[in-house]
Design a protein around this ligand. Sequence first.
Ligand code: GLA
Length: 394
Amino acid sequence: MADMRETVLQEFGKVFGSTEGARVYFAPGRVNMIGEHTDYNGGHVFPCALTIGTYGVARIRKDNRLRFYSMNFEKLGIVESSLEDLKPYPEADWTNYPKGVMWAFGERGMKMTCGMELLLFGTIPNGSGLSSSASVEVLTGAILRDCFGFDVTNQDLALIGQFSENRFNGVNCGIMDQFAIAMGREGNAIFLDTADLSYEYAPIRLEDAKIVIACSNKKRGLGDSKYNERRSECETALAELQKVVDIRSLGELDEEAFERYQSAIQDPVRRKRARHAVYENQRTMKAVQALKENDVEQFGRLMNASHVSLRDDYEVTGIELDTLVEEAWKQPGVIGSRMTGAGFGGCTVSIVKTEHIDAFIRNVGEAYLAKIGYAADFYVVTIGGGPCILQETI
Ligand code: GLA
């Protein structure tokens, strides 16, 4: 992190003339271990923050201008805006994320009193499903809190980030990503009940195994619209169920109750979507219980079952993610493997015995390349903490 701090500061100096008055920040990315597409259904999720994430260097200005620069999108150069023009534009590209957060603070009565310069550098592969956008949102929130003294907690940063993503950037996401990032704790996953935001940290002690992420390198493309489609399928299914049972969300049903009432859902496809939401929520609770009992093998089996349900009932996997997971299941030393995040491309998460990791990466990588025609990338990741300030004014 120290090296990276120097790198981003130096670059800030090059891009914006000097480093005087600049401060350096970091916010993590996240991986979800289990509990997928449950967060907008009042269910549980089990994500953790990573040590890869987004670095930011910020400096306030005397006027109202906003000047953004990303080391990941150098070709775009400095993207300009101003406090009077906090609106999303397609050509504003990635800057719609920090702008959205600035707008969202304003909507809550926290107005920035001046503009700023902001340089970002992300170590999360873009569009990989490890939440590079939520990382930018929480990072921006942490920067605004620090630079303008806004009185907000880390949980508020998560809610503001989600609000900006929903209302400014038009993706109807749940709270999981921003919460996992804002509330991250080293070595722990967060068992979050999205119905009331109650949560509990659970240490991930894998001993002789590690978390391996495989990035499919399939860009999501239509993913965001499909995401909104799944969400509305679940909403319609809930409305149909509410005619026969008194519930506020799909997360309130267990398997048995679902089987009893499911015929109220008219369309068989919608019934499958709801079944995933209900069963996945129950699986997540069981998985956390297994982990508490130190039964990593059972946790892994539930991860595998989660993938099958996302593939067959929720239909958000696709050949790329299925290939990565199905090849992973064939490898020795694999405790569990599943897609993670929204799906439709992005990443898988696997728990792999340390001594088998090299062979795992080689074998899954070769099989993927042979079947899909381009390579996947692999990362052995570490669970990190939440957003932080890396350097005060120099
Ligand atoms: C995306 C969303 C999250 C969550 C996951 C699926 O990452 O941003 O809110 O719905 O998909 O579990």
